[in-house]
Design a protein around this ligand. Sequence first.
Ligand code: SF4
Length: 165
Amino acid sequence: MENLEGINGTLIWYYYICPREVWLIGHSIESDQENDFLVLGRHIHDIYYKRQKKEFIIDNTIKIDILPDKKVIGEIKRSSKFLKSARMQVAFYLFYLKQKGINMEGELLFPEERKREKVILNKEIENELEKAVENIRKILQKDKPPSPTKILYCKNCAYKEMCWS
Ligand code: SF4
């Protein structure tokens, strides 16, 4: 069984976007909470989702949303631009639950785009998650964050002031 202690869905999400952000979040470096895109993300979450979902916290670390009408893990995203990250984040929740003997399916919701996508765990994804968990641990063990690399995500990142000013 894979040791997932200290790893959560947010770290997995950022692992597929920016390793520097994994380090910053993992070391509790505060981001700009009033970043417009973070505020918008929270807003969308409230409008589209709050009344439908049930939130659970497992082992004091993993926060998952269950869609009661479907009995699936749901994850809402503002856009499908970072689809791989979103898929792997939901897959991680499924993987985590599977290790506890609970088999579920996942669903990604993109309300602004009126899109949804199923996420189903398979051996290939599990292997990839194991590798991601190992790499995240390596990133977090470093004394300093990886250097910033300009990517599409930087434009809306809550750490952009820290990285690029
Ligand atoms: S601003 Fe860019 S480089 Fe810096 S943490 Fe965010 S995504 Fe990573």
